[in-house]
Design a protein around this ligand. Structure first.
Ligand code: GLC
Length: 427
């Protein structure tokens, strides 16, 4: 079992304090961690972020020659990142100082004592998107600083829709109709998303369920609510897509990058994916066949725009870091307004500063910003429970069985509900 017993976590933190180690130096009254702990640090982050990041890191390193940051690239997909981080944190390794933590991990990392609480008053949280700040809190304390937010968007081939004289779809019925009629006429598949059995599938399922008016768990994560007609309607939307062929079988292997690559190769009319795909598709190159030919809209839902799962990442400090003061300063630097702006401009990651969404020059260069802000504000967090990864595994495996037609949607949901009930009980 992955999680340490809570008692052990508390004992460990206590011992580390007695021994004068650097864990948990930040106090709940908002004071800064000890100024001990200055020196070189590592920054662990998933691989797809590295493109825009190097310049920001170089900027820091030039100004802080004795506190240099080394980038430590984790696997691309969220599940792989989690496995690597957890293995090291459980071993109390000081390999990672600053961790780019998926928004869904806060409860697990904080409850295990793997990350330290941060001095809340030191960050301009009031200037940040509130849903993003909420994902960084655990039991009323700030455990990480929002770095970027995320909400799925619908990418579409604007050249093809224009040729067919059609508007981008706003409803599931329109999406299905265009994917079934227009796409084949132009030699394209209909719709791609992240349907491989991993976190990306949980994201897609949760979006479909909540767009249909359902939920997986109650907001406090104490009750299973997925065995409902609304949830079944959401799941059936995806299952029918595979049965009817407008979501092709190959999409069952797609994670973020492979889905993006297939769309960039010109194979699909529609793609549901995160906003950073915008930067990749906007760069000309031999692999990018849709340069200048794609548009971005809100995810469709049953009767109008749907609701995405809230994604994103927050920056946390490892309890085992030897240089927590530097780590805190680096996080402050990473999340300041100029760097957040650059992250949007160069990587199209959704910044957490609200004012960037109404900045006219940014709206000119990124015309979909208002759509993105709306998508983030209407997105819903995945359940903030300490054993989230077990719950997500139960969800994605059951959904995958339904998509591959090994189980009827109703049966898959009943089994999922049973497993989730047990996971919550054991949590
Ligand atoms: C993105 C999101 C993250 C989500 C993951 C799923 O990285 O930011 O929140 O869990 O995709 O694959």
């Amino acid at each position: 079992m992955r999680r340490a017993m809570p008692g052990i976590a508390i004992l460990t933190a206590g011992l580390m304090l007695l021994a004068g180690c650097s864990a948990d130096r930040a106090s709940s009254d908002g004071s800064a961690p000890s100024t001990n702990g200055i020196g070189p640090i590592t920054f662990a982050i998933g691989q797809d972020n590295s493109g825009w990041l190097q310049g920001v890191i170089t900027g820091w390193n030039q100004g802080h020659p004795s506190q240099k940051v080394t980038l430590l690239l984790l696997p691309r997909a969220s599940n792989g990142q989690l496995a690597q981080l957890v293995a090291n944190l459980q071993a109390k390794s000081d390999l990672y100082d600053v961790i780019d933590m998926d928004v869904i991990w806060t409860a697990e990392f904080a409850s295990n004592g793997w990350i330290i609480p941060l001095p809340q008053g030191q960050f301009p949280l009031g200037e940040f998107l509130k849903p993003a700040v909420d994902t960084a809190m655990y039991q009323g304390r700030l455990y990480a600083v929002p770095d970027y937010s995320n909400a799925d968007l619908l990418y579409y081939r604007k050249d093809i829709l224009a040729k067919a004289g059609k508007q981008p779809p706003r409803t599931w019925a329109q999406l299905q109709h265009l994917a079934m009629t227009v796409a084949p006429r132009y030699g394209l598949y209909g719709y791609a998303g992240t349907f491989a059995p991993y976190e990306g599938l949980t994201v897609n399922f949760a979006s479909a369920v909540q767009s249909a008016g359902g939920s997986i768990l109650s907001p406090e994560g104490t009750r299973v609510t997925v065995n409902s007609a609304a949830a079944r309607y959401g799941l059936e939307f995806l299952v029918h897509g595979f049965q009817q062929g407008w979501i092709p079988q190959v999409a069952l292997t797609y994670e973020e990058e492979s889905a993006q690559d297939a769309f960039a190769a010109g194979k699909f009319l529609f793609l549901a994916n995160w906003p950073d795909v915008y930067a990749a598709l906007s760069a000309p190159g031999p692999q990018n066949k849709v340069y200048g030919k794609f548009g971005v809209a809100a995810l469709p839902g049953p009767d109008g725009p749907g609701s995405s799962s809230l994604g994103g990442a927050n920056l946390a400090i490892s309890s085992y870091s030897q240089h927590q003061r530097t780590a805190l300063d680096f996080i402050t630097y990473m999340t300041d307004l100029p760097n957040e702006r650059q992250m949007l401009e160069q990587g199209s990651f959704p910044p957490v500063w609200t004012r960037l969404y109404t900045d006219q020059s940014l709206i000119r260069s990124h015309p979909y910003l208002p759509v993105l802000e709306q998508a983030i504000n209407s997105a819903r967090p995945r359940p903030a429970i300490t054993n989230y990864d077990q719950a997500s595994l139960a969800i994605s495996s059951a959904v995958y069985q339904a998509l591959t037609q090994k189980k009827q949607p109703e049966q898959a949901l009943t089994e999922m509900a049973g497993q989730l009930t047990q996971i919550i009980r054991d949590g």
